[in-house]
Every structure is written in C-alpha cells, then in structure tokens.
Design a protein around this ligand. Sequence first.
Ligand code: 13P
Length: 257
Amino acid sequence: MLRSNMKRRKPLIAGNWKMFKTCQEAVETAQHLVKLIADNTTIDVMIAPTFTSLMPVSDVVKGTCVALGAQNLFWEPEGAYTGEISSAMLVSAGCSYVIIGHSERRQYFGETDITVNKKIKAAIKDNLTPIVCVGESEKERESNHTFSVLDKQIAKGLEDLIPSDLETLIIAYEPVWAIGTGKTATNEQAQAVHQYLRSLIEKKFGNNLANSVSILYGGSVKPDNIKELMLMPDVDGALVGGASLNAETFSKIVLGF
Ligand code: 13P
C-alpha cells in the first residue's frame, strides 16, 4: 500500500478500548479487525482491551499486523498489591505496549506525574513500549497554561530516564477537552503542541531522539479527520478511544491516510 505522507517515523494507530467489551465481544471485534486490515504492512496497529480480555485477544492477533497493549500497570514486579498487575504479567499475556498516565487514570484514580514515572520505568525494564499520555484540561488551555502543563508532565513524568529509554517510548498528546467530546483539536493546534513536545524532548535528550520519538494525537479521532491530522509533520499516529470499539470504523482509520 502506498501512502502519500509516509514519514521517517513509522505511524502507529492505537485503539484504547477503555472499560468496554466482555471477553467474547473483545475477541469478536479483534477477529473482525484482523480480517479487515489483513493487507496492512505499512503502519503499526495496536489494540488495548481490558485486562480480562488480554489473553483471549492475544490468541486472535498473534501472527497478524495487530499488536496487543494494556491500559495500565503497577510498577512493582509482584507482591501483596491486591488488584494490581505487573509489567511481566502483561508481557506473559502477550502485550508489547502499555498505556500509561491516561487522563482518566489521573482524574479518577489519583495518578500523578510521579506514579507515571514509576510505571514508565517498570514498563521499559520489561521491554514493554510505554505510551505516555499528556495533555491539558479545557480550563488550562483557556488560561494559556497548555505549555506549562506539558512542561511539568514531561519533566516529572520522564524524570531520570536515560536516552536509551527514549528509543522505545511513545508520547500521546491527548487534550482532555477533546476526549470523548467530539471536539477534536484543530490540525494546527495538534501540530503546535506536538512540535512543542518534540522541542522538550530535544532539550532533555538531544536532537536524534527528538526526531525519532513518536508522538500520537488522541481525542475524538475518527475516519473523517485522521487524514488531515496525519498530514501534520509532527503527528505520528493516533490513540483512538470511541472510534476504535467498532472494527469497521477503526479499520477505516487504520487504512484512511
Ligand atoms: P476518544 O477517541 O473517544 O475521544 O478517546 C480518546 C482517548 O482517550 C484515547 O486514549
């Protein structure tokens, strides 16, 4: 498949299924998706079902172009932490990615830049690719604090990471006001923030890693806005919520640019 806007960084389209789908529904959606995008060889695709669906979905996507991700992890390798799951456990269930610090986890489950930092380190240690979510609220954007919020999230979230850690890490810019609201950031708003995030990575880790790090956009991504977003030079893919739950819709995003 030829794509007009192929960039140096391989695009990734990731589906965050949040707290949706039983095991059976997850398996059926994954089976359908795998068929719909069987011809894809040019971009990376990942789906992140709930913990309980990881193993059965792993069987479906094994050997296909779809990789498996988790939506969260705990940083300790094992222990008396009721209800938690470690990075090694996710790897053993077939995961190669993990979403870290999603705004819903920050908002409802008390996650902070400090816990995000611990989780990133745990993921990298076990060779899971962390997708680290950052983004400002509507109030923060309206009061012109977008960049200072991102400064803090990146400084604290990526504290003490070494350059080699950045080789696998992926950043997802998800403006909180665009999540599940139907309000997508304009292409220009997304590009401005992605460029800014890349400049923060450059300051912290140098030019090469700034150029190689993938930065995904998330927030009301749909089949009809993916193409425009992907034309932005610093947008390397998407983290899709609602529109990833339906295999046909998600496949249109995967194949749509
Ligand atoms: P929506 O695509 O539903 O806006 O969700 C985005 C998101 O939170 C992905 O992690």
